[in-house]
Design a binder for this molecule. Structure first.
Ligand SMILES: Nc1ncnc2c1ncn2[C@@H]1O[C@H](COP(=O)(O)OP(=O)(O)OP(=O)(O)O)[C@@H](O)[C@H]1O
Ligand SMILES: [Mg+2]
Length: 320
C-alpha cells in the first residue's frame, strides 16, 4: 500500500481564486513546489460534436515530479492522447488548471507556446520523421530551429546518433530504416536539445515486442541518466509489467489507478526473474526471454547520457 499514490494526495488540491500559478504548487502534496514537473488540477476536457459529446478528461488531478518515469495506460479512447495534448497546449481544458515546468498553461500566451514545446521532447507512434532528410538531417533540424550554431550541430548530432546506436546509418533516409530504427531517430531528435520533459504517445505501437523493449530501454536511460522526466502513454501491458514504474491508468477520462510501481500481473515480472526491483536490466544486459534489446554495446563502453536542460530543470517558456 505504501507503493500506492493515494487519490487523496492529489484529490485535495485547491487553487486560490486569484492564483497566478505558483500558489497551486504549494497546495499540492507535501513536497516542495519546485519539484513538480506536471500538475493537473480538476481538469475537464470534452469534445463537443454536433450530435454528441465525448469525454477526453474528466476531473483529473495529479502531479508528476521532476525526474519521474510514468506510464499512462488505458483502453483506446480512455484519454491518454488528450492528456498529452493538454500538456503540450495543443488543447485547452474546459475547466481546471494545468501547470508544466512551473508555468500555468492558462496564462501562457499563444506566442510563448513554441517555447513551451521546445522544452518538451515528443515521440509519437508514427515517428513523424521528415522523409526527404537523412537521419543526421532529421536530428540536426531540431537543433537548427533553436538557433544552434553549425559547430554545435556538427559536434552534438553524431554523439546522440551514437547514443541511440545508429552511427552506421547517419546518411540513410527514413524509408531505408526499420520501424525500430526510425523510432530511435525520433527519440534522438526529441532528446537532442536535452529537454527536461519528454513525452511519448504510443512510442512502441508499431513495433514488435523485442524492438519495443529496446525503445523503452532508451527512454529509461534518458530518464535515469539524463534526469529527464519521461511520460509514456502506452497500450503495451508487457512492457509496463516489466519496468515496474509508476502507472497512471485512465478510463473514460478519469484516473482509476495511480500506482508507484504498477504492472498488470505481478507474477509475470517474477517469472521473468526481474523481481520487484523496479529496475530494468542495464543497457547491453540481457532481458530474460528476449535476445537482447539494444545494440551490442557493453555497459562500460556506453556513451555518456547528457543531463537534461541546464541543471536538469525546465527552462520555462520565458527562458532563453
Ligand atoms: N479531436 C477529437 N474530436 C472529438 N472527439 C475526440 C477527439 N479526440 C479524442 N476524442 C475522443 O475523446 C476520447 C479520448 O480520446 P483519446 O484520443 O484521448 O484516447 P486514447 O486513450 O489516446 O485512445 P487510443 O489508445 O485509441 O489512442 C475518445 O472518446 C475519443 O473519441
Ligand atoms: Mg491515443
Amino acid at each position: 500500500m505504501s507503493d500506492t499514490h493515494r487519490p487523496s494526495d492529489t484529490g485535495s488540491m485547491r487553487i486560490a481564486a486569484a492564483d497566478p500559478g505558483t500558489q497551486a504548487m504549494h497546495q499540492v502534496g507535501l513536497k516542495p513546489p519546485g519539484s513538480a514537473m506536471i500538475v493537473f488540477e480538476r481538469v475537464v476536457k470534452r469534445y463537443e460534436e454536433s450530435d454528441h459529446t465525448s469525454v477526453g478528461m474528466e476531473d483529473v488531478s495529479l502531479r508528476i515530479d521532476k525526474g519521474e518515469f510514468v506510464f499512462v495506460v488505458g483502453h483506446s479512447g480512455s484519454g491518454k492522447s488528450t492528456f498529452i495534448r493538454l500538456m503540450l497546449k495543443e488543447l485547452d481544458p474546459d475547466s481546471g488548471k494545468i501547470m508544466v515546468g512551473g508555468r500555468s498553461l492558462a496564462t501562457l500566451k499563444r506566442s510563448k507556446v513554441p517555447l513551451l514545446r521546445r522544452n518538451i521532447g515528443c515521440v509519437f507512434q508514427d515517428f513523424k520523421l521528415l522523409p526527404n532528410r537523412t537521419v543526421f538531417e532529421n536530428i540536426a533540424y531540431a537543433m537548427q530551429v533553436t538557433g544552434a550554431s553549425r559547430t554545435d550541430i556538427r559536434r552534438r548530432v553524431p554523439q546522440i546518433i551514437h547514443l541511440v546506436g545508429l552511427s552506421e546509418k547517419v546518411d540513410r533516409y527514413p524509408d531505408e530504416l526499420s520501424g525500430g530504427e526510425q523510432q530511435r531517430v525520433s527519440i534522438a531528435r526529441a532528446f537532442i536539445n536535452k529537454p527536461p520533459l519528454l513525452i511519448a504517445d504510443e512510442p512502441t505501437g508499431n513495433l514488435d515486442p523485442e524492438t519495443s523493449l529496446g525503445i523503452m530501454d532508451l527512454l529509461l536511460r534518458i530518464n535515469r541518466e539524463g534526469g529527464t522526466t519521461v511520460v509514456v502513454a502506452t497500450h503495451d501491458t508487457g512492457i509496463v509489467d516489466r519496468l515496474r514504474k509508476r502507472v497512471i491508468q485512465l478510463e473514460g477520462g478519469r484516473v482509476i489507478r495511480d500506482q508507484a510501481r504498477g504492472g498488470y500481473e505481478d507474477t509475470v515480472a517474477q517469472e521473468m526473474g526481474l523481481g520487484n526491483t523496479g529496475q530494468f536490466p542495464a543497457v547491453g544486459g540481457h532481458v530474460p526471454g528476449t535476445t537482447g534489446v539494444f545494440p551490442a554495446v557493453k555497459p562500460g563502453q556506453l556513451p555518456q547520457m547528457p543531463p537534461a536542460g541546464p541543471g536538469g530543470t525546465f527552462d520555462g517558456p520565458e527562458g532563453r
